[in-house]
Design a protein around this ligand. Structure first.
Ligand code: NAD
Ligand code: UFG
Length: 334
């Protein structure tokens, strides 16, 4: 089985490439390095001791996609490529709509052309907006609060419409909760160049003293200690979910969405304290005002993914904290 991975050198994509290769799949990867580095390719090969084809290019570009499908018999696609920063999407909405929607339309059109109708798509818990109750189930109403989230919901709608028009498609929509952590080898992980928007990359940079102090956005939320609660999921667990989703789309036609989360929420302070404890390192932090748009709490009911995909998360918060720090220390040693 040959799987095309778009955005395969990115954070989740690279971990999923490892899991796909380890599971015996052949892969073909396309990425334009807009948010990743070429050396990730060698790292994936080092971890798996397997080789694969890589195309440097933009998924919006139908010509390169046609070349890939002509040169390789692709059985299914995992589509990660896209921009993902919520705040940036508010400032540059057109860039987000153009890249995320255009890349998906180009990809789906070329897949159709080559009669490859099996796709796993990276959606996000952001499509639930501010949920009315917790834990979040897949059948909750969908609404978004920023252009990034809107692109995810639009793509979900495009995929559902596509299936209605042609029942030959097999489509798995994966709604990720908060992926953190890194591969146990410490070779791949998340290391944004800019000042991180997300909590774990920020904590890690405070731990290495690259940044001075973590700002905790609010301690007056309706949660156990007042700080925001999220469903953090180890990126390796998340990647394994893609293997199960690939198995599903290969086996069954249809379109369905699955929550990929652990089902357990942790507060910002719980995550910070766990990070300090397991890594024996100090994180300076201060409480500041709420970040606009943030919600009190968000965590999944992951039972549908367990029932339909046979997947559930197994790595805990301590492992997530250890692996995230191990990855950054390895980079510093290089
Ligand atoms: P990432 O930025 O690390 O990876 C995305 C990859 O896609 C990058 O390597 C980037 O260079 C590439 N890319 C972007 N646009 C491209 C294009 N037009 N052509 C070719 N390559 C392109 O992000 P990630 O964290 O690995 O996320 C992967 C997917 O999962 C994204 O679609 C993201 O929206 C979604 N997601 C991520 C999170 C999260 O917290 N990380 C949560 C929910 C959903
Ligand atoms: N937080 C801080 N300080 C920081 C960064 C974050 O206190 O410097 C807090 C936030 O207020 C929130 C929690 O840490 O309570 C998690 O924030 P993140 O930015 O790490 O994650 P979000 O839940 O806000 O959003 C992320 C992605 C979205 C995605 C969502 C669900 O950024 O794209 O998870 O998957 F939609």
């Amino acid at each position: 089985m040959k799987i095309l991975v778009t955005g395969g050198t990115g954070y989740i994509g690279s971990h999923t490439c490892v899991e796909l290769l380890d599971a015996g799949y052949e892969i073909v990867v396309i990425d334009n390095f807009s948010n990743s580095q070429p050396d990730v390719l060698d790292k994936i090969k080092m971890i798996t001791r397997k080789d694969f084809k890589f195309y440097k290019g933009d998924v919006c570009d139908k010509e390169i996609l046609q070349m890939i499908f002509k040169e390789n018999k692709i059985d299914a696609v995992v589509h990660f490529a896209g921009f993902k920063a919520v705040g940036e999407s508010v400032i540059k909405p057109l860039m987000y709509y153009r890249n995320n929607i255009d890349s998906t339309l180009s990809l789906l059109e070329v897949m159709n052309e080559y009669n490859c109708k099996k796709i796993v798509f990276s959606s996000s818990a952001t499509v639930y907006g501010k949920p009315d109750k917790l834990p979040i189930k897949e059948n909750f109403s969908l609404k978004t609060t920023n252009p990034y989230g809107a692109t995810k919901l639009m793509i979900e709608d495009i995929l559902r419409d596509l299936y209605i028009s042609d029942n030959d498609w097999s489509i798995a929509i994966l709604r990720y909760f908060n992926p953190i952590g890194a591969h146990a080898s410490g070779l791949i992980g998340e290391n944004p160049n800019d000042i991180p928007n997300n909590l774990m990359p920020y904590i890690v940079k405070v731990a290495t003293k690259e940044l001075e102090c973590l700002n905790i956005f609010g301690d007056d939320y309706d949660t156990l200690d007042g700080t925001g609660v999220r469903d953090y999921i180890h990126v390796v667990d998340l990647s394994k979910g893609h293997i199960k989703a690939i198995e599903k789309v290969i086996k069954d036609k249809g379109v369905d969405a699955y929550n990929l989360g652990t089902g357990r929420g942790y507060s910002v302070l719980e995550l910070v304290n766990t990070f300090m404890k397991v890594n024996n390192v100090k994180i300076n932090y201060k409480i500041v005002g709420r970040r606009p748009g943030d919600i009190d709490a968000c965590y999944a009911d992951p039972s549908y993914a367990k029932e339909k995909l046979g997947w559930s998360a197994s790595l805990g918060i301590e492992q997530m904290c250890k692996d995230a720090y191990n990855f950054i220390k390895k980079i510093e040693e290089m």
